[in-house]
Design a protein around this ligand. Structure first.
Ligand code: SF4
Length: 914
């Protein structure tokens, strides 16, 4: 290693602040001293926004080691902690927090030294990027440029290095075959590996799934399997075995969908068993995500060429480095480190994706290299496409004309209801409609960017087809009546500009008149019933506005179809792709307008029993950001069954908790199976885990509801007792923040780092990575963590829930509760949430842990949410702390010992697992 750097390094945690200066022993600093030192000299730090938060600053600049890592090793994974960095660099980690400051200087030197190694894999493009970063005044740039030699030949510019996708002929329809059980058995053995123990439950599961791949007997009657596979069965490989076999033999594509990113990543990894060769796997398995996840190369080019300034320009260069090495250009959950965006202002990375529908398709100079277009095309050729539930539902509807998505597997099937609920929702909101206005009319006068209106995008069509031109003009005129820039301010001041703004103003007034604030400062809503005269009077002109817009857009879509059929001379490949893009975009907007028209047509009239309508003002900490009228299906599995399940040929809906305590009938109702004309097949296999020895549920009886100090104290004592490894689940962000603020310093003093969603400036995926990586770390979070955390092993040994996870009493919830059996509906939701939270704890047969709920109010009737066999006890906090801290080992050996020592602990259940 070369001589260490002359720069000091600063390390700050909730437990202390340390500085390492060259040639001096590491010193502890007060907060004030650290702030003064950081203002004086540029410091080496790890995650500057996090260090700033620890120092109580809103911003802090310096030499961030994570930025250097992103430059030297783009598209490589590293946990953003000293230990994680040490592992990524293959150097010794610091022994403790105090020595971490010195470690940061060593790690920086090691990273800079890598650029001199002959086998540095990411050398290509580094010199050019370093020059640009120097001009952007990146603090690392002088150190980097001093170490990089000018290349002999000019380096290839990112946009010329990326491969082009190629157009392929449409794939022939999949062959009709039935899978041979012997082949599926053989395939499963291949996937699990030679040395794996044969798992009988997994094999039965695979064979049950295989049956759905047979040709279906009747139209609209897919082979549908509802399959519950307890945790540890190995269901992923269980369904991958028939899926890969069928894809190969039939020449078709199997679409697999998950609800959480964690499972999507795991699934992607598991496909490596089917195709160990990375290049082959890249062709066979494609992850398909929404456009807004991918880097848009045209946006990046704009950013690199002066569109971004200051820190954002540095982000653009680091993203360009990554893009050259990325597997698929996925910026959210792909190989771009999740922490990179949080080092910069978030808006920067969002502006690099295609979030605002600005894509110009074939008009884009990077169209043939575009990551999004490549993933769409690769999915056509793939054996396995991995998506999420929402995207799968949207694509299944769109693809019906082209033969549809025929073979579907929904993993985490217990979330289908929620996913369908959002997918089939309709919302007439200011934010949605201003986007529609921009799509039609182009940008407002002062707006930046290349966004152009319909007229500019389709100027060649307009000059060729008179009726098309007329439709474009009429659509642009009608769009003037949609909300424009500054609509929220105008509505607040009572100065609406047009019919839709007047409707939104009446909506806001109705909400404020009727809503009761459940949580001060957050969203307000009220039922769309018994609306008063002002609101009803505003509906009719708004309805006319939407209809006046729908007519020319529909006509324009028809004209574009006609132009495609005429195929005039000027319609070359590029123009054709652009017109096809416009047809797809128009179809989407016309469907949206039809939904909004149906929604408005109903307001003030008799209620439609199939739908729930309400009015809402969306706010964050008291600040309004949207106003709207919302519609949901009372039962969103009706459109799910109609548009996704019925057109398919074979569907597997699977989960570890599909039936919950209520059996198959409830599972059929929640997945849409109940709306098919034929009965689905059922399959269930229990978890192989011995829950009676691996886990225990503790219901703490002496924490009063609303006593935040006691709640925080309970979290701290339990985390101390377990020595970290705790996942804390909250229903409300403000309580999470309050608890974190009270206990983070105390725990850090004991070497128990505490991280939290909504507090630490890091994305959820990175927080989970940090938690997984440090057995003494704990993590607090809200709903997303209840189901999205897969941390097998000792890192997660304690789950603490702040209380009974009752649903929030919204308009939507009240309507579904009334229709779904009243209290039984709430019970169902709570059971599902308890089961999901508990499901984080035991992921492997060697895992052990406690699930603690800090509320005496958990009714006994809900205890069947936990797996059969798990001991469940009511206990005081002191007893729970004793059990978590020391008695667990004894209890595993002999549960009777614990009972005798903790005489007041009340065992509620200790059944044998089946
Ligand atoms: S084709 Fe569209 S999404 Fe792709 S790089 Fe070009 S503008 Fe961006």
């Amino acid at each position: 290693m070369s001589a260490s750097l002359p720069h000091p390094a600063l390390h700050a945690t909730h437990g202390g602040i340390w500085i390492s200066r060259p040639g001096e022993p590491t010193a502890a600093l007060s907060r004030g001293e650290a702030i003064a030192a950081a203002a004086d000299t540029p410091m080496i730090m790890l995650n500057a926004p996090l260090v700033a938060a620890r120092l109580g600053l809103s911003e802090l600049s310096g030499l961030d080691l994570l930025e250097l890592f992103a430059f030297v090793h783009p598209a490589r994974f590293a946990v953003p902690t000293p230990a994680g960095m040490a592992r990524a660099l293959e150097i010794d980690p610091p022994a403790d927090d105090a020595s971490a400051a010195e470690f940061l200087r060593l790690a920086a030197t090691a990273l800079l030294d890598r650029m001199a190694l002959p086998d540095w894999r990411e050398r290509d493009g580094a010199w050019t990027a370093a020059q640009a970063l120097y001009r952007a005044r990146w603090p690392w740039a002088p150190l980097i440029t001093a170490r990089l030699q000018t290349p002999e030949r000019a380096e290839r510019w990112l946009f010329s290095r990326l491969p082009e996708w190629s157009e392929a002929a449409s794939r022939p329809p999949a062959r009709s075959i039935a899978l041979d059980p012997a082949d599926v058995t053989e395939e499963l053995a291949r996937l699990t590996g030679d040395n794996a123990e044969p798992r009988e439950g997994q094999l039965r599961y695979a064979l049950a799934a295989a049956a759905t791949f047979a040709p279906r007997a009747s139209e609209n009657q897919p082979n549908l399997l509802l399959a519950e596979a307890g945790t540890g069965i190995g269901k992923t490989l269980g369904y991958l075995a028939p899926a890969t076999r069928w894809a190969e033999e039939a020449g078709g594509t199997v679409w697999i969908s998950t609800y959480t990113k964690a499972l999507q990543r795991q699934l992607d990894r598991e496909t490596g068993r089917a195709w160990p060769d990375a290049i082959e796997r890249g062709k066979k398995v494609v992850i398909r995500k929404g456009r807004e996840n991918y880097l848009c190369l045209l946006n990046l080019e704009d950013a690199l060429q002066g569109g971004f300034t200051g820190r954002a320009a540095i982000l653009a260069q680091l993203v360009a480095r990554w893009a050259a090495y990325s597997r698929d250009g996925d910026m959210i959950g792909g190989d771009l480190p999740g922490w990179l965006s949080s080092l910069f202002r978030r808006a920067g990375s969002i502006a690099l994706t295609d979030r605002r529908g600005e894509c110009v398709y074939a008009g884009c100079p990077h169209y043939r290299k575009c990551f999004i277009e490549r993933s769409v095309r690769a999915a056509h050729e793939a054996d396995i496409v991995i998506a999420n539930h929402a995207l799968m539902m949207i694509l299944a509807q769109r693809a019906q004309d082209e033969g549809g998505l025929n073979r579907l597997i929904f993993d985490e099937g217990h979330h289908l209801f929620d996913a369908a609920d959002s997918t089939f929702a309709v919302a007439l909101s200011g934010q949605e409609l201003i986007e529609l206005r921009r799509w039609i009319m182009g940008p407002e006068k002062k707006a930046r960017g290349r966004r152009r209106g319909l007229a500019a995008r389709l100027s060649d069509v307009a000059s060729y087809d008179e009726a098309g031109e007329q439709a474009i003009i009429e659509a642009a005129n009608a769009a003037q009546e949609l909300p424009g820039e500054g609509w929220l301010g105008r509505i607040a001041e009572g100065l609406p500009l047009n019919a839709i703004e007047r409707l939104l103003m009446a909506t806001r007034a109705t909400v404020y008149a009727r809503a009761t604030a459940q949580e001060a400062g957050f969203g307000l809503e009220t039922e769309a019933a018994e609306l008063d005269g002002a609101m009803i009077a505003a509906v009719a002109p708004a309805l006319e506005t939407l209809e006046a817009l729908l007519r020319p857009l529909t006509r324009l879509g028809q004209r574009l179809e006609a132009v495609m059929e005429d195929a005039p001379d000027w319609l070359d490949g590029q123009a054709r792709a652009r017109v096809e893009g416009a047809i797809a975009g128009l179809g989407l907007r016309c469907r949206m307008l039809q939904g909004l028209i149906a929604l408005l047509a109903r307001l003030g009239g008799p209620a439609d029993p199939d739908f729930i309508d309400w009015l809402a003002v969306d706010r964050v900490e008291g600040r309004e950001f949207d106003i709207g009228i919302h519609r949901r299906w009372l039962d969103p599995t009706i459109p799910l069954a109609e548009t996704v399940l019925k057109p398919a040929h074979g569907v597997v809906i699977t989960s570890a908790t599909l039936r919950s305590a209520e059996g198959w009938e409830a599972a059929e109702a929640r997945t849409g199976a109940a709306h098919l004309d034929h009965a689905p097949s059922h399959f269930a296999v229990s978890s192989p885990f011995d829950y009676s020895r691996q886990a225990e549920v503790l219901i703490v009886t002496d924490i009063r509801k609303g006593d935040t100090a006691a709640l925080a104290g309970a979290y701290a004592r339990l985390i101390e007792a377990a020595r970290g490894g705790a996942l804390g689940l909250f229903s409300a962000i403000n309580r999470l923040k309050a608890v974190h603020a009270r206990i983070a310093d105390r725990l850090a003093q004991e070497g128990l780092p505490l991280y939290a969603q909504h507090v630490d400036p890091l994305d959820t995926g990175t927080l989970i990575d940090i938690f997984r990586d440090d057995q003494h770390a704990s993590l607090l979070g809200t709903d997303a963590l209840r189901d999205g955390v897969d941390v097998p092993g000792h890192s997660l040994r304690l789950v603490i829930m702040e209380g009974v996870p009752w649903p929030r009493p919204t308009v939507l919830h009240a309507a579904r509760k009334a229709a779904g059996g009243g209290a039984a509906h709430d019970d169902r939701i709570v059971r599902a949430r308890l089961a999901q939270g508990f499901g984080r704890l035991i992921r492997r047969s060697s895992d052990h842990g406690h699930f603690v709920i800090l509320s005496p109010a958990l009714p006994s009737r809900l205890l069947n949410a936990f797996p059969v066999g798990v001991p469940i006890r009511r206990a005081s906090l002191a007893e729970a702390v004793a059990i978590v801290g020391g008695e667990r080992e004894n209890m595993r050996k002999d549960p009777g010992i614990a009972d005798s020592r903790l005489s007041s602990v009340t065992p509620l259940r200790h059944q044998q697992s089946d």
